[in-house]
Design a protein around this ligand. Structure first.
Ligand code: HEM
Length: 323
């Protein structure tokens, strides 16, 4: 049988490969041997499907606990996608409007997916099962999601994450002083006794060093600073502002409200139910109108800030009625 002739294109490719390997002092022929013996790549190896599907290890035998675990895992993957974009925006050498807008769109799209899918939690588990398996998970809480906090550090200056009543006093303080008063600490501390919940103590022990480093890394390079330094006078300024406001709304109003609905469904009123949390007084802590946390404060009017989230909620209700 006649052998297939080696075509010109292949010879060209071999020459380029040889140049590439020569440049690094490597022997192309040995690498080609490696190619000869290596297996074809498969979907399951590349995506690590078996590993991924082995990561759901419930603590109880209630089937809905797996729904709870998997939806948290899905959310963490979306958080990772969001962080991937934040990193690229913040640490790009030259950034133009097109890139900034496109990447903001990606971030918004991810948050939108999370907000739109939160009913998997709100509606998608039996309350009776939830209240039982949740007790086996104490004191763990989504409160301890480090990526959620990393997204915040990458989005705005630390002072905007300081608990609201301390912001004036701390506006020129250093990073450790601000981190000491970050909003989520007050959410998990008993105001009367000053005692931290175990959920908070464990979270701080694991992540506080990393948070100091990350807050420092993003001090001058966060989404808000990138906007102020590069696009405050851009031709598409209005469009950029619109995107930043949309992001603020998803991250700090709509996702928190979707999340709050789940707390409302499973933990409301009955004092027995309320125990199934990481110990915060969540009625007072979680609602966006109490936290009044925003990444881009100067992009909101005084009225919008004082009734934080109301406009987004009204718009959502109108959309629900008209669609
Ligand atoms: C039925 C589902 C859920 C319920 C009932 C619930 C309940 C709560 C409660 C009560 C808190 C306050 C802290 C505490 O006392 O534990 C909290 C905080 C939090 N949860 Fe969830 N949660 C649910 C699902 C999720 C999911 C799927 C995520 C995704 C990672 C998540 C992420 C968070 C985050 C990031 C916080 C901190 C929020 C902040 O500091 O403003 N939760 N959750």
């Amino acid at each position: 049988m006649a052998e297939n002739p080696v075509d010109d294109q292949l010879i060209e490719q071999l020459k380029k490969l040889q140049a590439k390997y020569d440049y690094m002092g490597q022997d192309l022929s040995s690498y080609l041997d490696g190619l000869l013996y290596s297996d074809y790549i498969t979907y399951w190896d590349y995506i690590h499907v078996d590993t991924l599907l082995s990561l759901q290890n419930p603590k109880t035998s209630f089937p809905d606990e797996k729904v709870f675990i998997m939806y948290h895992q899905i959310t963490e993957l979306y958080f990772k996608l969001i962080l991937l974009e934040i990193e690229q925006i913040c640490f790009r050498n030259e950034i133009d409007e097109k890139f900034f807008l496109e990447r903001l769109d990606r971030i918004i799209r991810y948050f939108k997916s999370l907000e739109g899918s939160f009913d998997v939690m709100v509606e998608g588990m039996e309350k009776e099962q939830f209240l039982k398996f949740r007790m086996a998970l104490l004191p763990a809480s989504g409160f301890q999601s480090a990526q959620y906090r990393l997204i915040e550090f990458g989005s705005t200056e630390l002072i905007n994450l300081v608990t609201e009543k301390e912001r004036d006093v701390l506006k020129n303080a250093d990073i450790p002083a601000m981190l000491e008063k970050i909003y989520w600490k007050s959410g998990a501390t008993d105001l009367a006794t000053g005692k931290k919940t175990l959920t908070l103590i464990q979270f701080e022990n694991k992540y506080m060093n990393e948070f100091h480093a990350v807050a420092n890394k993003h001090r001058e390079r966060n989404l808000h600073q990138i906007f102020l330094k590069n696009f405050a006078n851009a031709t598409q300024k209005e469009k950029i502002i619109e995107k930043l406001r949309e992001y603020d709304t998803y991250a700090n109003v709509l996702w928190p409200l979707a999340h709050l609905k789940s707390a409302g469904r499973y933990l409301k009123k009955d004092p027995e139910n309320v125990k199934a949390t990481g110990g915060t007084n969540w009625h007072k802590y979680l609602p966006p109108r109490f936290q009044r946390r925003m990444f881009f404060p100067e992009l909101w009017s005084e009225q919008e800030k004082s009734e934080w989230g109301l406009a987004a909620v009204k718009k959502n209700i109108t959309n629900e009625i008209t669609h």
